[in-house]
Design a protein around this ligand. Structure first.
Ligand SMILES: Cc1ncc(COP(=O)(O)O)c(C=O)c1O
Length: 240
Protein backbone atom coordinates (compact mmCIF):
# COMPACT_ATOMS: atom_id res chain seq x y z
CA UNK A 1 0.00 0.00 0.00
CA UNK A 2 1.25 3.48 -0.87
CA UNK A 3 1.83 5.46 2.35
CA UNK A 4 0.14 8.80 2.81
CA UNK A 5 2.17 11.95 3.41
CA UNK A 6 1.74 11.88 7.20
CA UNK A 7 2.99 8.29 7.47
CA UNK A 8 5.83 9.00 5.08
CA UNK A 9 6.96 12.04 7.03
CA UNK A 10 7.19 9.96 10.22
CA UNK A 11 9.06 7.07 8.60
CA UNK A 12 11.07 9.01 6.08
CA UNK A 13 14.44 8.54 7.76
CA UNK A 14 16.70 5.66 6.96
CA UNK A 15 16.24 2.47 8.96
CA UNK A 16 19.53 1.23 10.39
CA UNK A 17 19.86 -2.47 9.76
CA UNK A 18 23.34 -2.88 11.22
CA UNK A 19 24.93 -2.22 14.59
CA UNK A 20 22.81 -1.12 17.55
CA UNK A 21 19.19 -0.99 16.29
CA UNK A 22 18.34 2.52 17.50
CA UNK A 23 14.94 3.97 16.71
CA UNK A 24 16.48 7.35 15.95
CA UNK A 25 19.81 7.74 14.15
CA UNK A 26 22.49 8.73 16.68
CA UNK A 27 24.15 12.10 16.16
CA UNK A 28 27.56 11.58 14.61
CA UNK A 29 29.25 14.58 16.16
CA UNK A 30 32.59 14.16 14.48
CA UNK A 31 34.56 16.12 11.93
CA UNK A 32 36.37 13.06 10.58
CA UNK A 33 35.89 9.28 10.47
CA UNK A 34 38.51 6.74 11.48
CA UNK A 35 40.18 4.10 9.35
CA UNK A 36 41.82 0.96 10.67
CA UNK A 37 44.60 0.91 8.12
CA UNK A 38 45.47 1.90 4.56
CA UNK A 39 43.31 -0.90 3.13
CA UNK A 40 40.38 0.56 5.00
CA UNK A 41 41.03 3.96 3.41
CA UNK A 42 41.22 2.20 0.06
CA UNK A 43 37.73 0.83 0.75
CA UNK A 44 36.50 4.39 1.03
CA UNK A 45 38.05 5.37 -2.28
CA UNK A 46 36.67 2.28 -4.02
CA UNK A 47 33.19 3.04 -2.72
CA UNK A 48 32.90 0.06 -0.35
CA UNK A 49 32.56 2.23 2.73
CA UNK A 50 31.21 5.69 3.30
CA UNK A 51 32.39 8.73 5.20
CA UNK A 52 35.78 10.31 5.44
CA UNK A 53 35.23 13.89 6.54
CA UNK A 54 31.98 15.51 7.68
CA UNK A 55 32.12 18.49 5.33
CA UNK A 56 31.82 16.05 2.43
CA UNK A 57 29.45 13.58 4.09
CA UNK A 58 28.04 12.57 7.46
CA UNK A 59 25.26 10.05 8.21
CA UNK A 60 23.09 12.74 9.80
CA UNK A 61 23.28 15.27 6.98
CA UNK A 62 22.77 12.42 4.50
CA UNK A 63 19.70 11.31 6.35
CA UNK A 64 18.29 14.83 6.34
CA UNK A 65 19.02 15.39 2.64
CA UNK A 66 17.49 12.06 1.71
CA UNK A 67 14.48 12.60 3.96
CA UNK A 68 13.64 15.91 2.27
CA UNK A 69 14.18 14.33 -1.17
CA UNK A 70 11.93 11.46 -0.18
CA UNK A 71 9.11 13.84 0.78
CA UNK A 72 9.70 15.69 -2.48
CA UNK A 73 9.40 12.36 -4.38
CA UNK A 74 12.84 13.08 -5.84
CA UNK A 75 15.52 10.37 -6.12
CA UNK A 76 18.30 12.21 -4.30
CA UNK A 77 19.05 15.08 -1.98
CA UNK A 78 21.64 16.82 0.13
CA UNK A 79 21.34 18.94 3.24
CA UNK A 80 23.03 22.32 3.46
CA UNK A 81 23.80 24.69 6.30
CA UNK A 82 20.99 27.11 5.38
CA UNK A 83 18.33 27.73 2.78
CA UNK A 84 20.41 30.40 1.11
CA UNK A 85 23.39 28.06 0.85
CA UNK A 86 21.11 25.48 -0.84
CA UNK A 87 20.07 28.17 -3.32
CA UNK A 88 23.67 29.24 -3.98
CA UNK A 89 24.95 25.66 -4.42
CA UNK A 90 22.03 24.85 -6.70
CA UNK A 91 22.51 27.93 -8.86
CA UNK A 92 26.28 27.51 -9.11
CA UNK A 93 25.77 23.93 -10.25
CA UNK A 94 23.91 25.30 -13.26
CA UNK A 95 25.08 28.84 -14.06
CA UNK A 96 28.56 30.14 -14.79
CA UNK A 97 30.04 33.44 -15.97
CA UNK A 98 28.18 34.88 -19.01
CA UNK A 99 25.12 32.71 -18.41
CA UNK A 100 21.75 34.33 -17.88
CA UNK A 101 19.18 33.52 -15.19
CA UNK A 102 15.55 34.51 -15.61
CA UNK A 103 14.14 34.98 -12.12
CA UNK A 104 10.78 35.95 -10.76
CA UNK A 105 10.70 39.56 -9.53
CA UNK A 106 8.71 38.28 -6.58
CA UNK A 107 11.25 36.40 -4.44
CA UNK A 108 12.47 36.14 -0.86
CA UNK A 109 14.60 39.26 -0.21
CA UNK A 110 17.79 37.31 0.61
CA UNK A 111 17.53 35.37 -2.65
CA UNK A 112 16.89 38.58 -4.56
CA UNK A 113 20.01 40.12 -3.01
CA UNK A 114 22.08 37.03 -3.80
CA UNK A 115 20.99 37.07 -7.43
CA UNK A 116 21.02 40.84 -7.96
CA UNK A 117 24.21 41.77 -6.12
CA UNK A 118 26.39 38.73 -5.58
CA UNK A 119 25.99 36.48 -8.61
CA UNK A 120 26.13 39.43 -10.98
CA UNK A 121 29.55 40.30 -9.53
CA UNK A 122 30.75 36.93 -10.92
CA UNK A 123 29.49 37.85 -14.38
CA UNK A 124 26.24 35.92 -14.17
CA UNK A 125 23.48 37.95 -15.79
CA UNK A 126 20.12 38.03 -14.00
CA UNK A 127 16.77 39.47 -15.13
CA UNK A 128 13.85 39.81 -12.77
CA UNK A 129 10.46 39.60 -14.45
CA UNK A 130 6.88 39.03 -13.45
CA UNK A 131 6.26 35.32 -13.88
CA UNK A 132 2.66 36.23 -14.60
CA UNK A 133 3.82 37.94 -17.80
CA UNK A 134 5.08 36.37 -21.03
CA UNK A 135 8.34 34.96 -19.64
CA UNK A 136 9.09 33.09 -22.86
CA UNK A 137 9.82 36.36 -24.63
CA UNK A 138 12.43 37.17 -21.94
CA UNK A 139 14.48 34.04 -22.64
CA UNK A 140 17.83 34.82 -24.27
CA UNK A 141 20.39 32.67 -26.06
CA UNK A 142 22.47 32.46 -22.86
CA UNK A 143 19.54 31.74 -20.49
CA UNK A 144 20.31 28.60 -18.52
CA UNK A 145 17.85 28.75 -15.65
CA UNK A 146 14.32 29.77 -14.70
CA UNK A 147 14.18 30.49 -10.97
CA UNK A 148 11.10 31.08 -8.85
CA UNK A 149 9.27 30.04 -5.67
CA UNK A 150 6.25 27.71 -5.59
CA UNK A 151 4.51 30.11 -3.18
CA UNK A 152 6.35 33.40 -3.14
CA UNK A 153 7.71 35.19 -0.08
CA UNK A 154 6.24 37.57 0.96
CA UNK A 155 3.41 38.05 -1.55
CA UNK A 156 2.17 34.43 -1.43
CA UNK A 157 1.63 34.27 -5.19
CA UNK A 158 1.13 30.67 -6.30
CA UNK A 159 3.42 29.88 -9.23
CA UNK A 160 2.13 27.96 -12.25
CA UNK A 161 4.89 25.35 -12.13
CA UNK A 162 3.55 23.25 -14.98
CA UNK A 163 3.72 26.27 -17.27
CA UNK A 164 7.23 27.17 -16.06
CA UNK A 165 8.57 23.65 -16.68
CA UNK A 166 6.87 23.46 -20.07
CA UNK A 167 8.56 26.67 -21.21
CA UNK A 168 11.92 25.56 -19.80
CA UNK A 169 11.76 22.18 -21.54
CA UNK A 170 10.82 23.80 -24.83
CA UNK A 171 13.95 25.98 -24.61
CA UNK A 172 16.13 23.27 -23.04
CA UNK A 173 16.88 25.28 -19.95
CA UNK A 174 16.74 24.22 -16.34
CA UNK A 175 14.29 25.04 -13.60
CA UNK A 176 14.91 25.58 -9.93
CA UNK A 177 12.10 26.09 -7.44
CA UNK A 178 12.23 27.23 -3.85
CA UNK A 179 9.52 25.12 -2.22
CA UNK A 180 9.99 26.53 1.29
CA UNK A 181 6.57 28.11 1.76
CA UNK A 182 4.53 25.39 0.08
CA UNK A 183 6.49 22.43 1.54
CA UNK A 184 6.20 19.03 -0.16
CA UNK A 185 2.90 18.58 1.65
CA UNK A 186 1.22 21.01 -0.76
CA UNK A 187 3.28 20.64 -3.91
CA UNK A 188 6.10 18.42 -5.12
CA UNK A 189 7.77 20.42 -7.90
CA UNK A 190 10.06 17.55 -8.89
CA UNK A 191 6.96 15.53 -9.86
CA UNK A 192 5.95 18.44 -12.12
CA UNK A 193 9.24 18.27 -14.00
CA UNK A 194 11.31 20.80 -12.03
CA UNK A 195 15.04 20.01 -12.06
CA UNK A 196 16.13 21.31 -8.67
CA UNK A 197 13.95 21.83 -5.61
CA UNK A 198 15.42 23.86 -2.76
CA UNK A 199 14.28 24.49 0.78
CA UNK A 200 14.97 26.72 3.67
CA UNK A 201 14.48 23.95 6.24
CA UNK A 202 14.71 26.77 8.76
CA UNK A 203 10.98 27.32 8.16
CA UNK A 204 8.22 24.70 8.04
CA UNK A 205 10.48 21.67 7.58
CA UNK A 206 12.24 22.50 10.87
CA UNK A 207 8.97 23.66 12.31
CA UNK A 208 10.14 24.93 15.69
CA UNK A 209 12.41 27.92 14.95
CA UNK A 210 15.36 26.10 16.50
CA UNK A 211 17.47 25.19 13.45
CA UNK A 212 18.99 26.82 10.40
CA UNK A 213 19.27 24.37 7.50
CA UNK A 214 18.59 23.87 3.83
CA UNK A 215 18.02 21.09 1.36
CA UNK A 216 18.34 20.40 -2.34
CA UNK A 217 16.39 17.59 -4.02
CA UNK A 218 16.95 16.45 -7.55
CA UNK A 219 17.26 13.40 -9.76
CA UNK A 220 20.79 12.28 -9.23
CA UNK A 221 21.77 9.55 -6.82
CA UNK A 222 25.18 9.93 -5.25
CA UNK A 223 27.73 7.25 -5.27
CA UNK A 224 30.83 8.01 -3.31
CA UNK A 225 33.16 5.91 -5.40
CA UNK A 226 35.94 7.80 -3.74
CA UNK A 227 34.58 11.19 -4.61
CA UNK A 228 33.59 14.13 -2.57
CA UNK A 229 29.79 14.32 -2.58
CA UNK A 230 29.66 18.02 -3.11
CA UNK A 231 32.23 17.84 -5.92
CA UNK A 232 30.13 15.25 -7.65
CA UNK A 233 27.13 17.51 -7.28
CA UNK A 234 28.94 20.52 -8.70
CA UNK A 235 30.79 18.87 -11.51
CA UNK A 236 28.53 16.13 -12.75
CA UNK A 237 25.09 17.51 -12.23
CA UNK A 238 23.12 17.35 -15.45
CA UNK A 239 19.49 17.76 -14.57
CA UNK A 240 17.98 17.18 -17.99
C1 LIG B 1 11.32 31.41 0.75
C2 LIG B 1 12.65 31.45 1.42
N1 LIG B 1 13.70 30.91 0.80
C3 LIG B 1 14.94 30.93 1.35
C4 LIG B 1 15.18 31.52 2.55
C5 LIG B 1 16.56 31.54 3.11
O1 LIG B 1 16.67 30.51 4.04
P1 LIG B 1 17.71 30.54 5.27
O2 LIG B 1 17.30 31.66 6.15
O3 LIG B 1 17.53 29.18 5.89
O4 LIG B 1 19.07 30.71 4.67
C6 LIG B 1 14.10 32.10 3.25
C7 LIG B 1 14.32 32.74 4.56
O5 LIG B 1 13.50 33.46 5.07
C8 LIG B 1 12.81 32.07 2.67
O6 LIG B 1 11.74 32.60 3.28
Amino acid sequence: MEHGFDTKSVHVTRKKEEGVPTKVTPIHQTSAFTFKNLEDIERFYSGEREYLYTRVGNPNTDELGNAVANLEAAPAGIATSSGLSAILVGILSIAKTDDHILASEDLYGGTYELLANELTSFGIEVSFVSFESDIESEIKDNTVLLYTESITNPLLRVENLEQVTQIAKKHQIKTMIDNTFATPYLVQPYSLGVNLVVHSATKYLGGHSDITAGGISWRRRFSYKGKNKMCEFWHKFKPI
